[in-house]
Ligand binder design. Structure first.
Ligand code: GDP
Length: 475
C-alpha cells in the first residue's frame, strides 16, 4: 500500500501520494499500488524494487475475484456489543449453552474465541466470543473486518449509556448493520420504550417505531425470546446475501492464539472463503506451519472447515496476532519465505506501520483530490458544549468535504476513541477534556492526532482553516 511503501522508504506518505499524482495516478493512503506504479515511485526516491515469485503469486491470488456461480451462502458472523453489565456475556453464554446441534450431547464448553451454532431450522450463525466494541475495532484497525452484523445489547432497566453510544458509533463507522437487543425485560422496572425513545433521539429508529433498525425484547438471563433475536439476525443476514466460495484454498482471519503447555501453539481462525483441511500449509501473519489437527468449539476433531466456520488449529510455529490474515499455500517454501519477509519488514518498520491523518495534512490531501471526508471523534466535558461544537463542525461541510462526527460523548478521551480513530482514519478533538494515559500512549503509537480546546470557536477556526487554507486552487 501507499502507506507501507512510504514507511519502507522512510518518507512521508504524502510525498508518495504526490509522486503518484505527478505520474497521473490518484491514490489514497491505504490503496495498493500496481507493480508498475510501485517500480516508478520507488525509482523517484532512488530505490529499486524486487518482486519475488511469492509476491507475484500472492498478488495474483488476491486479485482473482470469485465467479458468481462458485459462490455459496455462508453463515453470518455476529459480534455482541453494549455497555458493561447490560448482558453481553449472559447472551453469549445462553446462546452457547442452549443451541445444541441435534444428536450432540452437551453445549459448547471450550472458549476458542468464536463459536458456530445451528438453529432448529438448520440455519447457522457464528458468534465472535469476545464481546465489546474494543475487540471489534481492534481487529478493524488491523485491517480485518470479520463482523457481518452487530447485536447491541441495552438493558431496558437502565438508559442508553456511554458505552452503548460508543458501540453504536463503532458499528456505524464500520458500516455493519445493527440489531438492538432490549435486555432484562424480565425485571419489574424494565422500560423498553424509554430505550426506544432515547435511541430515536440519536436518530436510530427501531422497526416498531417505523424505522429500519430491527430490535427484540429479550431476557438473556432466562433465555426469553433469544430465539426471536436469532431469527432477526438471520433475516438481516438474508438481506446482506452473504456468500463465499468454499471450493478453493482457505483464507481468513486469526481470532486469537496462545501457547498451550501440552499442544504447542494453538490458534483460532475464522475461515472467510475456501475450505481448510488438515495437512494444509498455512501462513498467518508472520507465522506458518502445517495444520496438524483442527478442533471445533466442542473440542471435537475436524477434517474440513468451510466459510464462516471457526476452528482451532495446531501446528503453527508461533502465535499470530488477532486480526492477522491467514491463507493456505501449495508450496511450503513460499509460505516460509513470505513469513520471513514479513518478520523482517515488521522489524524495519518497528511501529511505524501507518501514518494517520493530522489536521495539518488535510489540506495537502484535499489538494491531491483524494480527500472527501473528514472524520472526527469529539469528546467534551458537558453535553451542551459537545452538541454545540458537533453542530458547528458539521456545518463546516462543503461540497468538496463532508465532515462526519463518527462519535461524540461526554468524558475523557479513551483508548476506545483512539482505536476507532485508527480504524476510521479520524482525528480526535477534546473540548475541556484530555486523553487518559493509556489513550495517549496508544495515540502516540498509532500516530493519531488529538487536539484539545477550551474555546469552541478556536476549535471551529482551526478545522475551518485546515479545510480552507489548503483547498485546491481553482483552475
Ligand atoms: P456484560 O458486562 O454486558 O457482559 O453483562 P453480564 O452478562 O455479565 O450481565 C451483568 C449482570 O446482569 C449479571 O449479573 C447478569 O446475571 C445480569 N443479567 C444479564 N441479563 C439479564 C436479564 O436478562 N435479566 C436479569 N434480571 N438480569 C440479567
Amino acid at each position: 500500500t501507499v502507506g507501507e511503501l512510504a514507511s519502507l522508504m522512510d518518507v512521508n506518505p504524502t510525498e508518495v501520494i504526490s509522486t503518484c499524482f505527478s505520474l497521473g495516478v490518484m491514490v489514497t493512503m491505504n490503496q495498493r499500488l500496481e507493480a508498475d506504479t510501485l517500480q516508478l515511485v520507488a525509482d523517484e526516491f532512488g530505490y529499486d524494487i524486487e518482486f519475488s515469485d511469492a509476491d507475484l503469486e500472492e498478488a495474483a491470488e488476491e486479485e482473482t475475484p470469485d465467479k458468481e456461480e462458485d459462490l455459496s451462502p455462508r453463515a453470518p458472523i455476529v459480534t455482541v456489543m453494549g455497555h458493561v453489565d447490560h448482558g453481553k456475556t449472559s447472551l453469549l453464554d445462553y446462546v452457547r449453552k442452549a443451541n445444541v446441534i441435534a444428536g450432540e450431547s452437551g453445549g459448547i464448553t471450550q472458549h476458542i474465541g468464536a463459536y458456530n451454532v445451528q438453529l432448529e431450522n438448520g440455519q447457522k450463525i457464528t458468534f465472535l466470543d469476545t464481546p465489546g466494541h474494543e475487540a471489534f475495532t481492534a481487529m478493524r484497525a488491523r485491517g480485518a473486518q470479520v463482523t457481518d452484523i452487530a447485536i447491541i445489547v441495552i438493558a431496558a432497566d437502565d438508559d442508553v449509556m456511554p458505552q452503548t453510544k460508543e458501540a453504536i458509533a463503532h458499528a456505524q463507522a464500520a458500516g455493519v448493520p445493527m440489531i438492538i437487543a432490549l435486555n432484562k425485560v424480565d425485571k419489574p422496572n424494565a422500560n423498553p420504550d424509554n430505550i426506544r425513545q432515547q435511541l430515536s433521539s440519536m436518530n436510530i429508529l427501531v422497526e416498531e417505531w417505523g424505522g429500519n433498525v430491527q430490535s427484540q425484547e429479550i431476557s438473556a438471563k432466562f433465555g426469553t425470546n433469544v430465539d426471536l433475536l436469532l431469527e432477526k439476525v438471520l433475516l438481516q443476514a438474508e438481506l446482506l446475501e452473504l456468500k463465499a466460495n468454499p471450493d478453493k484454498k482457505a483464507q481468513g482471519v486469526v481470532i486469537e492464539a496462545s501457547l498451550d503447555k501440552g499442544r504447542g501453539y494453538v490458534s483460532t481462525v475464522l475461515i472467510q472463503s475456501g475450505t481448510l483441511e488438515v495437512g494444509d500449509y498455512v501462513l498467518a501473519g508472520k507465522n506458518h506451519g502445517k495444520v496438524k489437527a483442527m478442533l471445533d468449539e466442542r473440542g471435537k476433531p475436524m477434517e474440513l472447515a468451510g466459510p464462516s466456520i471457526p476452528v482451532t488449529i495446531l501446528g503453527l510455529d508461533g502465535a499470530p496476532t488477532a486480526g492477522d490474515k491467514f491463507r493456505v499455500f501449495e508450496d511450503e517454501r513460499e509460505a516460509k519465505s513470505i513469513a520471513n519477509k514479513r518478520e523482517q519488514l515488521q522489524r524495519e518498520q518497528s511501529i511505524r506501520t501507518k501514518k494517520h491523518l493530522t489536521l495539518d495534512e488535510i489540506g495537502r490531501r484535499i489538494a491531491l483530490g483524494d480527500f472527501k471526508e473528514l472524520n472526527i471523534i469529539l469528546k467534551g466535558d458537558v453535553d451542551g458544549s459537545v452538541e454545540a461544537l458537533s453542530d458547528q463542525l458539521q456545518r463546516l461541510s462543503t461540497e468538496e468535504i463532508q465532515i462526519n462526527i463518527l462519535h461524540k460523548g461526554v468524558g475523557q478521551i479513551t483508548e476506545s476513541d483512539i482505536l476507532l480513530a485508527t480504524a476510521s482514519d479520524a482525528i480526535v478533538i477534546g473540548f475541556n477534556v484530555r486523553a487518559g494515559a493509556n489513550a495517549k500512549d496508544l495515540a502516540d503509537k498509532e500516530e493519531i492526532e488529538i487536539r484539545t480546546y477550551s474555546v469552541i470557536y478556536a476549535a471551529i477556526d482551526e478545522v475551518k482553516e485546515a479545510m480552507e487554507g489548503m483547498l485546491s486552487p481553482e483552475i
